[in-house]
Design a protein around this ligand. Structure first.
Ligand SMILES: Cc1cc2nc3c(=O)[nH]c(=O)nc-3n(C[C@H](O)[C@H](O)[C@H](O)COP(=O)(O)O)c2cc1C
Length: 484
């Protein structure tokens, strides 16, 4: 098989022809101002290079031959300058062809990307990076990695079979042999291109991937690094932030979730003016705040639960608009969208039967979702394990998110906003609990499928993203940090 490497402009690049011989190319980027490149006094041969790059039908040597014939050696210097200019602005893609058929295309995602034709070392063995992954995008198969400033399109099943061979460490020569029909040069160029996309890791003599020898990288799990890199700017070119991606297709969710049942328990509303007179000073609350995982024998009361939820999580103000509206509450929320929903799972609380409830933060009441049952017991049991079995939780607040509240507005960052909102709610709950003399503790884990079943929710529409346990404060058991 014969290998060839074609050059093309990124599909998003637009051409603006100012005059014969002068063109400006522009490429949009989400993370930086758009890049542009203006070329003046182009000879007809160099002007046709731009067209061939737009068509993506020529290799660098094709272009060089064309310019050399028309403009001589001086033209070659200008061609090199144009290609370098385009590469520095992340506008150039490379397509590797086998016998003229496209195999893979590498496309820059940010201006940090530079294509290096000589990354591959002939005697080194390489293996697919544990961060590389394939997925469908429209009708294309894409290979991506959170390590990379570029991504690769796989044009057919042959590309996939070459890729799957790299699940085992291979030198370029071994890959050629194992595939039988692939020419050395094809395997060489393919592996070099995959290296440019950070989709391969070199393999050490002991057989381990070199990427795992970096103590920083070794500790990243695949999903965490993907989530981090995709929800921050830097190494993708996707819509980012306020984008309203579903504005014309799907109705936004209302700011307040409708009550889940008519079985409602009104909650006590504290007198905030009186509280302002009697509360401990702010710095005392902040300095004394601790996670407490053991409780008094006498359980928390319904009045304390009402005061706690009112002070930490009620709706203070709300505004309607055609985008679902916003609310303001004691804890901050990205875009004032407040997607978090609080579900008290009550084990022991004076005057409120054990069961699963939903908190309506506008009406300030509880709505019964279920009586005490296997789900309620299991959620409480799991929370008990999460606090190192210090005391049986009196109340577990399962904190769920109505994901589409945030996804309807924000692109790329929706889930990260939800987790940041959760942090704001946790801290507010901690401070209110401290001011009230209760025993609070945030939870890092939780079973989102179990909770969705318990509350009869669609996992993709709303389920748990956090948890928080609360109880009456008693004598604290000695705490061994290693137990966490
Ligand atoms: C996001 C988050 C998750 C936590 N998860 C747990 C948990 O699952 N179990 C637990 O006992 N404590 C948990 N904690 C409490 C921490 O262990 C605690 O904040 C830490 O030990 C510091 O102690 P302090 O809160 O008393 O200052 C969590 C805290 C946070 C902020």
């Amino acid at each position: 098989m014969e290998a060839s490497l074609l050059l093309s402009l990124r599909p998003e690049v637009s051409l603006n022809e100012q005059s014969a011989g002068q063109v400006t190319l522009e490429a949009p980027f989400v993370s930086l101002p758009n890049t542009s490149a203006t070329f003046k006094q182009l000879s007809p041969a160099l002007r046709s290079v731009i067209d061939r790059l737009l068509a993506g039908d020529a290799s660098e040597s094709d272009l060089s031959a064309q310019v050399l014939t028309a403009d001589g050696i001086a033209g070659l210097g200008k061609l090199n300058a144009i290609l370098q200019h385009l590469a520095a602005r992340a506008m150039l893609c490379h397509t590797l062809c086998a016998d003229g058929d496209p195999l893979v295309t590498i496309t820059p995602l940010t201006i940090y990307y530079r294509f290096n034709p000589d990354l591959l070392k002939p005697d080194t063995r390489y293996v697919l990076s544990r961060f590389a992954h394939c997925r469908r995008e429209q009708d294309r198969m894409i290979l991506e990695s959170p390590l990379s400033y570029a991504r690769v399109e796989l044009h057919g099943s042959h590309a996939l079979s070459l890729l799957s061979a790299l699940v085992q460490p291979q030198t370029c020569h071994e890959l050629t042999v194992s595939l039988g029909d692939a020419a050395d040069d094809l395997a060489n160029q393919l592996m070099n291109l995959l290296l440019n996309a950070q989709a391969l890791s070199a393999v050490e003599e002991d057989g381990s991937a070199a990427e795992d020898h970096d103590p920083a990288l070794a500790q990243w799990e695949f999903h965490d690094l993907l989530f981090h890199s995709r929800s921050r700017l830097g190494r993708h070119n996707n819509p980012f932030g306020k984008a309203y991606p579903f504005e014309d297709q799907i109705k936004p969710l209302p700011a307040i979730k409708p009550d889940m049942s008519e079985d409602v328990i009104p909650l006590y509303k504290p007198d905030l003016d009186a509280i302002k007179q009697t509360d401990p000073p702010f710095s005392q609350v902040l300095e004394n705040r601790r996670s407490i995982r053991s409780y008094a024998d006498q359980p928390i009361t319904d009045r304390q639960l009402g005061e706690f939820l009112y002070r930490a999580a009620r709706v203070e103000m709300s505004y309607e608009d055609d985008k679902g509206g916003v609310t303001f509450r004691p804890y901050p929320g990205g875009g004032a969208l407040h997607a978090l929903e609080i579900y008290p799972v009550i084990g022991r609380c004076e005057n409120i039967p054990s069961g699963l409830y939903h908190y309506n933060p506008q009406a300030h009441h509880l709505c019964r979702v279920s009586e005490q049952n296997w789900y309620v017991d299991t959620l409480l049991e799991m929370a008990w394990h999460m606090i190192a079995q210090q005391s049986r939780p009196q109340i577990l607040f399962v904190i769920a998110a109505r994901f589409q509240r945030i996804q309807w507005k924000y692109a790329s960052i929706a889930y990260s906003v939800i987790l940041k909102d959760l942090g704001g709610l946790y801290q507010t709950m901690y401070l209110v609990a401290e001011a009230m003399g209760l025993a609070p503790c945030a939870l890092g884990g939780g079973h989102s499928d179990l909770f969705a079943q318990a509350a009869n929710l669609n996992y993709y529409a709303e389920t748990s993203v956090g948890g928080f346990v609360l109880g009456s404060r008693g004598e604290q058991k000695p705490w061994i940090l290693g137990e966490l």
